[in-house]
Design a protein around this ligand. Structure first.
Ligand code: PLP
Length: 422
């Protein structure tokens, strides 16, 4: 192996769920001939109507004069003009904003946007002071664990739990008593709706976070990969919150375009410009083909419409099947709790007092042909020693109806066994 720098070494490691994915890949490969129900996928389902939209936008691009401009030329660092224009018009119209093209930056997927922000606003400043990246509600997106060149900058906060014992449901809430957002904070980051939990921070909670941050001139990045207006994977009402210090970060990955890597940041010019310079140094600009077809899908209103009419109901229906199956099959006397399913493409199960680690339970499930993701990789930046981090599982809603039902029934049997044996 070549000699690596600290940064090189840091980026040479797979963090969080990517490390587990390796075990899952190996399990699937080794188990040839054995059928696994794999509920680990983060890849969205290819929905025919959505694929068709992208195909039509591509055909339109291919058949017109714009094609050469898009793929045969370099573009501006900020992004492809027609996409930026479409986003500006769409957001102004939908949310009564008055943003201009100076308020938008297109990145190669939103993961790269968080990488830029993590290293522009988090880490050591010129005075040698550590500017923290604050994740106000842990668990959150596992990818936040790998984005920072100075990992010691990442601070996640334990939530409070709102538990409905009789219904076997719970919900995480930010613990404003513990949470520290102060002049040492570089920026605040959370996903809403949340991967892995399906939680949606309430409008009030978001405003409170944004206000505290604003009082210290701290940016807040709201990871809206599952939010309206595309892909609209919220099953509960939520308003988008904008503001001077808010960067609204969206992605086209969950509305059918993950392979094209289109992330969109919307916010104040002074934040956008920092990230734009960083991006120029990194890669000049994001790829333009995906941007050109996205401009069409957004301008025509079809992306917003399909999100509401196709994408959201698809996953909402999966969640309903999962909930009904668990409610029917799970032993009532076991303290199992499903997180309130308020959005995204996952369900999050908490097995309180689980008599083994999440990793061991994951291995047991594999023996009955079911793969879930053990939850402990979804607590990046959390420093507390908290048993709960080893009692949770992420269940992907991307499987077929029957797979979901069968897997939840098998899960319930294994739960019964392990709690009985303890
Ligand atoms: N943020 C969240 C909450 C996600 O779930 C994902 C992908 O699963 C991403 C960001 C990264 O998405 P992309 O880089 O494809 O925009």
């Amino acid at each position: 192996e070549p000699a690596l720098t600290q940064f090189g070494d840091r980026m040479n490691h797979l963090t969080g769920v990517r490390a587990i994915m390796k075990d899952i890949q190996e399990t699937l490969r080794a188990g040839k001939g054995r059928e696994f129900i794999n509920l680990s996928a983060g890849n969205p389902v290819i929905l025919p109507e959505v694929e068709q939209l992208w195909r039509e936008c591509t055909l339109d691009l291919l058949s017109g004069p714009e094609y050469g401009e898009v793929v045969c030329r370099y573009g501006s660092a900020q992004g492809y003009g027609p996409l930026i224009e479409a986003v500006v018009e769409d957001f102004n119209r939908r949310y009564g904003l008055q943003i201009s093209d100076r308020n938008v930056l297109i990145t190669g997927g939103s993961q790269s946007l968080y990488f830029l922000a993590a290293n522009a606003f988090g880490g050591y400043n010129a005075q040698g002071q550590l500017k923290r990246i604050v994740l106000p509600l842990s668990p959150d997106y596992t990818g936040y664990g790998g984005m920072c060149l100075t990992p010691e900058a990442l601070y996640a906060y334990k939530p409070t739990l709102e538990i409905d014992t009789a219904a076997h449901r719970f919900k995480y809430r930010p613990d404003f008593e513990q949470l520290q957002i102060d002049p040492n904070t570089g920026f605040v980051l959370f996903s809403r709706p949340c991967n892995p939990t399906g939680n949606v921070l309430t409008d009030t909670e978001v405003r409170q976070l944004v206000d505290i941050a604003a009082s210290h001139d701290v940016p807040v990045l709201i990871d809206s990969a599952y939010a309206p207006p595309y892909p609209c994977l919220n099953f509960t009402d939520m308003s988008l919150v904008f503001g001077e210090n808010v960067l609204h970060c969206t992605s086209l990955s969950k509305s059918g375009l993950p392979g094209e890597r289109v992330g969109i940041a919307i916010g104040h010019e002074r934040l956008i410009q920092v990230l734009e310079s960083f991006l120029t140094n990194l890669c000049l600009h994001s790829s333009r083909y995906g941007q050109a077809i996205a401009a069409r899908a957004i301008r025509s209103g079809q992306l917003g419409q399909l999100s509401l009419e196709v994408i959201r109901p698809y996953y909402q229906n999966k969640l309903a099947i999962l909930e009904a199956t668990l409610d029917r099959a799970m032993p009532n006397d076991v303290p199992w709790f499903l997180h309130r399913g308020e959005g995204a493409i996952f369900a999050w199960l908490w097995l309180n007092e689980l008599p083994m680690s999440d990793w061991e339970f994951y291995q047991k499930l594999k023996q009955v042909g079911v793969i879930l993701v053990p939850g402990n990789s979804f607590f990046p930046g959390l420093r507390d020693n908290w048993q709960h981090t080893q009692q949770c599982f992420r269940i992907s809603l991307t499987a077929s109806d029957t797979e979901l039902e069968t897997a939840m029934q098998r899960l319930a049997e294994v739960v019964q066994q392990v709690y009985q044996a303890s």
